[in-house]
Ligand binder design. Structure first.
Ligand SMILES: C[S@@+](CC[C@H](N)C(=O)[O-])C[C@H]1O[C@@H](n2cnc3c(N)ncnc32)[C@H](O)[C@@H]1O
Length: 252
């Protein structure tokens, strides 16, 4: 029996109306289902039961397998592309069935030892094992707003800035502060300023900074907030090294 699929939001899945499909994806769509099926089978064959038991024991996270109990797992699928003849739930259910048959693991949606991740993007599929219990995209944010940026994306943006120690970094439209908060967590030798023209946004950013401070080992963090309008920033020319922001495009 195939296990139930995890309820993954299909946030990247677009309809024909919402997304222009790349020509390459359209041409390949006819053979897509077969490719996915082949990949599912190949992935299942690559993972031998011996290897999984060895890995689990080494990781120390699956005592139940070593003790002769059945390992519990679930499959979470994220899917992008509008030419698939299956849903992410279908893919997760079928892949889960193959995993169950191959490893004799037991499907358990809530109390699982292993979360198998299935990321399908057009005609590509990536299979992985979740290394963290919670997704890292919400790390360090406790007060969310309507347009809170994923922390993982904020980290990537900051990486592209090649920050140097003692740099002054300003996010002039910070919203809940995802970018400067991620910045101060990872580049604590820089100084961050988080500003926004919305009182609520600045309050949320300040609350997020307070939450971060509570779990930090330090007395303070090199970050501050300000309420301002980007067209009238109270900053001297040349006083900022990096401006980084997530602009209000008005659409999501
Ligand atoms: C896309 S959101 C930023 C989201 C933010 N990265 C986060 O993680 O929450 C854009 C922000 O720009 C702010 N904004 C819009 N016009 C502004 C202006 N003239 N001056 C300052 N901030 C402005 C909005 O209040 C909003 O919080």
């Amino acid at each position: 029996m195939a296990p139930p699929a995890a309820d993954a939001p299909e946030e990247h899945t677009k309809t024909d109306k919402e997304m222009v499909v790349p020509p390459a994806a359209q041409e390949e769509s006819s053979s897509l289902d077969q490719q996915v099926v082949d990949s599912l089978e190949a992935s299942a064959e690559d993972l031998s039961p011996e290897a999984s038991l060895e890995d689990s024991t080494a990781g120390g996270g699956a005592d139940s397998a070593g003790a002769g109990n059945v390992l519990k797992f679930r499959v979470t699928c994220n899917r992008a592309g509008d030419k698939h003849s299956f849903t992410s739930n279908d893919a997760a259910r079928d892949f889960g069935g193959a995993v169950q048959d191959h490893f004799q693991w037991k499907a358990d949606m809530t109390n699982f030892d292993v979360e198998v991740l299935l990321n399908i993007s057009y005609n590509e599929m990536l299979v992985g094992i979740a290394l963290t219990e919670e997704s890292l995209h919400r790390r360090n944010i406790t007060h969310f707003g309507p347009t809170t940026l994923r922390s993982t994306l904020a980290y990537g943006m900051l990486r592209l800035c090649d920050l140097e120690p003692s740099d002054i970094i300003v996010d002039p439209m910070c919203g809940t502060g995802a970018i400067p908060i991620e910045g101060v967590s990872e580049w604590s030798n820089c100084f961050f300023v988080a500003g926004d023209n919305s009182h609520n946004a600045v309050n949320r950013a300040a609350s997020n900074i307070c939450s971060l401070l509570k779990k930090s080992a330090t007395q303070g963090l090199p970050i501050d907030t300000a309420q301002w309008d980007i067209s009238r920033l109270p900053l001297r020319t040349g006083s900022v090294d990096v401006i980084i922001t997530d602009m209000p495009f008005g659409k999501r």
